[in-house]
Structure formats: structure tokens, C-alpha cells
Design a protein around this ligand. Structure first.
Ligand SMILES: [Zn+2]
Length: 282
């Protein structure tokens, strides 16, 4: 049941901007800390994930608000390629060739965004059983760094007897502009996962399967959303960037040009998402 620290470290490395690497449903199982008007603090406990005991963190890549739709990126989830990502590559190429900042803004909007999902017990709401915390990228990095440093001290955060609760503070965008923030901190003292440890196995057994929480949007609908997005963009008088119609039918470059300049861009994306409580596009 111990956490697989190597996989956590691998995840962390992959999300490090200095390391070069390469259909939404809502559900009651999903939990997000609510900042309210100001800020709120919650105590949560990561629990062993019965479908993958060594790694409770599941990563999903989303396209947000493409013609009003949020959906999983088909490149990461199912199809192996994605018309939105391909189009983003074309847009990035336009930016590098023209220097027009609007293309860069469009590219940032088009790029898939990471959300991690992990099984937790929310303190004070134990009766609701194991929930799935939808963790923004900034908070996810904080969590993984904490997991690694705890491991160095010999603490396995998901240990049912001697693991650690986390203090999660959600700060509203009214307080912390422009997107709000999530701050994550491990408790100093280890604690048992449940007051009544005799119910542990039944609690863990009722953990939702995170992979079942979301299903991909059919690829035709992804293409439709992209076409609609591109057409809208074309027709917006305030925009000085034109795009061609039926972009999803265009041939896209086989190697994404984004890779060559992805480091600078990753830094910018990181600025947007570091500590962001809610993604700006949700
Ligand atoms: Zn994509």
C-alpha cells in the first residue's frame, strides 16, 4: 500500500518546465475546495487508490472552452492525435513567423491543460466516503513536492495509520487576482486515516474509479467545436487574426512546431497556472 515514490518523482519531473518532455462530465464524486467570497481551509487525506495502489494521482488533459465546450484532449485520451492540438501547432507557427501576439494568446487558449485527480477523504465530511479531488496543476505540483519531501523523512502520506493530512486553502479570485489560488501544506503530525479504523477496508473499497469519471467527446464533436471556435474567431471584429474555415480538415505538420519553443511558452503557461485554483477558462 506504500506510495510508489518513483512514479511521483517521474510525474514531478515531467511537469518541471526546465525538463523538456513532450468529454467532460460532472459528477458528485468530484470535490473541489470552495474559496467562497474570501478563502476557506480544508483538511484532506489522500487515501490509497484501490485501482492503482502505488499512485493515487490520475492525470487528465483538457481543452477548455473551445466554442463553449470542455473536453478531454484526444491526443492523451484515446485517439493518439488531436485536431485542436494540431491546430494549436499551426497557430504557434503563425506566431513564430509573424510575431503577432494574438496568435500566442490563441495558442495558449488552445493548448490542453492538466488536471490531476486523486482519492481523498475530506475532514468533517467523512460520511461522504472517498471523493475525488480535482487538483489544478499548480496545487498538484505542490502536493507532489510535499509527497517527495515527506518520503525523504520516511513518511508515506497515504499510510492509513501514520500518514499525513493536508491543509488545503482555497483563495478566491476576489482576494488573489486574477484567478484565485490553492495553497497546499502537509500537517506536521502523522495521524490515522479514520477515527474508526475498523471501517477502513470498506471505505477504501467504495473508492470511485477515477478513469470512469470522464468520457471522451466523440472526435467528430471535437472537430465541430474547433471549426466553430475558429469561425467565431474569424468573425470577431476585435480580432486581427484571421483563420481558415474547416481547420480540422487541414493537413497539419507531422511534427508539432511547438516543441522547439516550448520552454519559454511553458514558463508563461506556468505563470498562468501556478497556484491557480480554478483555471481561467472554466
Ligand atoms: Zn489536444
Amino acid at each position: 500500500m506504500a506510495i510508489d515514490i518513483e512514479r511521483i518523482k517521474a510525474n514531478l519531473n515531467r511537469l518541471d518546465p526546465t525538463q523538456k518532455t513532450g468529454g467532460g462530465n460532472s459528477n458528485n464524486n468530484i470535490w473541489k475546495p470552495d474559496a467562497g467570497e474570501g478563502s476557506n481551509t480544508y483538511n484532506v487525506r489522500f487515501v490509497p487508490y484501490k485501482f492503482d495502489e502505488g499512485n493515487p494521482f490520475r492525470e487528465f488533459y483538457w481543452h477548455y472552452n473551445i466554442a463553449g465546450k470542455n473536453f478531454l484532449c484526444p491526443k492523451y485520451h484515446g485517439e493518439g492525435s488531436c485536431p485542436v492540438c494540431d491546430f494549436a501547432s499551426t497557430v504557434w507557427k503563425e506566431f513564430t513567423e509573424t510575431g503577432n501576439e494574438s496568435y500566442k494568446e490563441m495558442f495558449k487558449k488552445l493548448m490542453p491543460k492538466l488536471r490531476a485527480y486523486a482519492p481523498v477523504i475530506v475532514r468533517g465530511e467523512e460520511n461522504k466516503g472517498v471523493r475525488v479531488w480535482a487538483i489544478s496543476e499548480g496545487a498538484y505540483k505542490q502536493v507532489m513536492k510535499t509527497v517527495v519531501s515527506c518520503d525523504e523523512e520516511g513518511i508515506d502520506i497515504i499510510d492509513p495509520k501514520d500518514g499525513l493530512d493536508f491543509k488545503v486553502t482555497a483563495i478566491s479570485k476576489k482576494v488573489k487576482k486574477p484567478y484565485g489560488a490553492i495553497e497546499v501544506e502537509a500537517m506536521r503530525k502523522t495521524s490515522p486515516m479514520l477515527e474508526d479504523m475498523s471501517s477502513l477496508s470498506s471505505v477504501l473499497e467504495n473508492c470511485p474509479n477515477i478513469d470512469d469519471e470522464f468520457s471522451p467527446l466523440p472526435i467528430e464533436d471535437v472537430k465541430k467545436a474547433l471549426d466553430e471556435y475558429a469561425n467565431r474567431f474569424e468573425n470577431e471584429p476585435s480580432s486581427d487574426v484571421g483563420t481558415t474555415r474547416n481547420v480540422s480538415d487541414e493537413k497539419s505538420p507531422s511534427t508539432p512546431k511547438t516543441e522547439t519553443s516550448s520552454n519559454d511558452l511553458q514558463k508563461e503557461l506556468d505563470d498562468i497556472f501556478s497556484g491557480a485554483g480554478d483555471l481561467p477558462f472554466e
